[in-house]
Ligand binder design. Structure first.
Ligand code: ATP
Length: 291
């Protein structure tokens, strides 16, 4: 069953079209990664699908039902926004309890659930620590715990691991995979292709407000490009081959390394690298932009 179906969302900020007719859906227990460069509309989309902003047109269905009032589904959706919006002047447990109460849990259950989640994620040692004393990675983990207080079925994470060191990023990945095993669906935005490739059941490329391509990570490349890419210094004509030019290099895609190598030899052209095609190549090929 679809946890969320998004149909033709369009959002304007005055004259700027931040989202342009965006549609996608996500099944229970699936992980979707939204990838796009700065300003492509990722945050706008996460805010709209979690009820913190309104689209100008389009429809959002949660568990098959059209959402006319996000208050009715707010306990089904957990959002971790990009900016740290924890209360800096109170401690971790107080932050979690206040949030739980705002979500309608009674004080006793709020405390019990907060402590249980802190324990589960190895964060109980921080429970009496003021937020301002925590590292960036721990703050983000506390925000994730806060989003989980209502046992949401859909988690929305806006750049959850940006700026975190690799070991903390890895811990985040483990948490998301663990939640998937409990049938929680996750939508996360990222600039890191390897993160999307590792975690996502489905990747959606977003550029200039448009969702330009989506699908399973392994199939995205196969459906559009060939398996190998040759990097050649300078701009060259590539005739029948798919290719792109970036920073004075030509990237040519081919299913057969041997065939292209022999053709290039005829023209005395030596590739500077031959490698497997990546999602970065695909994004550059489609948009001319680097993530
Ligand atoms: N509140 C706002 N008022 C006016 N313009 C906005 C507002 N929020 C975002 N924008 C603009 O809308 C476009 C999409 O922004 P958005 O923050 O959704 O992109 P993003 O993909 O999340 O970028 P980043 O990766 O930098 O977070 C950008 O051009 C941005 O400048």
């Amino acid at each position: 069953m679809s946890v969320i179906q998004v149909e033709s969302l369009t959002k304007y900020y005055k004259n700027l079209k931040a989202l342009d007719n965006v549609s996608f859906s996500l099944e229970e227990g699936q992980i979707l990664s939204l990838i796009g460069p700065n300003g492509s509309g990722k945050t706008t989309l996460t805010k709209i699908i979690s009820g913190f902003s309104q689209a100008n047109s389009g429809e959002i269905k949660i568990f098959g039902k059209s959402v006319d009032d996000f208050k009715k589904v707010k306990d089904k959706i957990g959002l971790v926004s990009q900016e740290n919006n924890l209360d800096q002047d109170i401690n971790v447990l107080e932050n979690l309890i206040i949030h739980s109460e705002l979500c309608g849990l009674n004080a006793k259950i709020a405390k019990k659930r907060s402590l249980a989640l802190l324990q589960k994620f190895g964060l109980d040692k921080y429970k009496h620590e003021d937020i301002r004393n925590l590292s960036g990675g721990t703050k983000r983990k506390i925000m994730l715990v806060r989003a989980l207080l209502t046992n949401p079925k859909l988690l929305i994470l806006d750049e959850p691991t940006i700026g975190l060191d690799p070991s903390i990023r890895r811990q985040f990945w483990d948490i998301i995979i663990n939640l998937k095993s409990q049938n929680v669906s996750t939508i996360f935005t990222t600039h890191y292709m390897e993160e999307a490739n590792f975690l996502a059941d489905k990747i959606a490329f977003i550029n200039k407000g448009k969702l330009i391509l989506s699908g399973k990570p392994q199939e995205l490349i196969k459906n559009v490009l060939e398996s190998f890419v040759f990097e050649i210094k300078g701009k060259i004509s590539t005739d029948n081959y798919k290719s792109y030019v970036y920073e004075d290099k030509t990237f040519i895609f081919t299913p057969s390394k041997e065939l292209l190598l022999s053709k290039l030899k005829l023209f005395g052209i030596e590739p500077s690298a031959i490698r497997e095609t990546t999602l970065d190549d695909l994004f550059l090929y489609l948009t001319g932009e680097k993530i």
